[in-house]
Ligand binder design. Structure first.
Ligand code: HEM
Length: 136
């Protein structure tokens, strides 16, 4: 599977989980888990979907194993961070280190994505596909 395909698939799954969690919060009138819900939606749905769009615009780049690893790591970081934040909002201090690990994983993975964005590989791939994208 390519990086964009994995991004889009995981994004819609996270979106359904995040929206379900939002509906549960609304019905129960208990918004305590709001930070976990927000992170699940923004890291899991919005960010992953944006990664997918980027890789679709850079087909040569997404063929690399590094791109697939970047998306896979983001999925893991989202799951870990959201679990940790969810435990914290439930009053469980065990969530602190879990959220910490998830946060540093997400940051490290964003650094990997930055390296891919700034890398020469991305420019070369863009030039081959579309002059408009390459001129960015
Ligand atoms: C079925 C869909 C959704 C429902 C029912 C829902 C429900 C909620 C509820 C009840 C809150 C707590 C509000 C408060 O206590 O002030 C909340 C907060 C939030 N939600 Fe959702 N949500 C949904 C989808 C989404 C999506 C798709 C995103 C992001 C793409 C999102 C992002 C957020 C954010 C960032 C907050 C925190 C807002 C703040 O800081 O005041 N939600 N949501």
């Amino acid at each position: 599977m390519k990086a964009s395909g994995l991004s889009f698939r995981a994004a819609v799954i996270f979106a359904m989980l995040g929206m379900t969690w939002g509906i549960v919060m609304a019905i129960s009138e208990d918004h305590a888990a709001m930070p976990a819900h927000a992170h699940l939606n923004l890291l899991g749905w919005v960010s992953l979907f944006l990664f997918g769009l980027f890789y679709r615009l850079h087909p040569a780049l997404e063929a690399s194993r590094l791109a697939l690893a970047q998306v896979a790591l983001w999925i893991a970081a989202t799951a870990i961070l959201t679990t940790g934040v969810g435990l914290i909002t439930a009053g469980q201090h065990a969530g602190d280190p879990i959220a910490g690990v998830g946060a540093f994983l997400a940051l490290a993975d964003m650094a990997l994505f930055a390296a891919l964005v700034f890398g020469r590989h991305a420019d070369a791939a863009s030039a081959a596909i579309s002059p408009a994208v390459a001129a960015e």
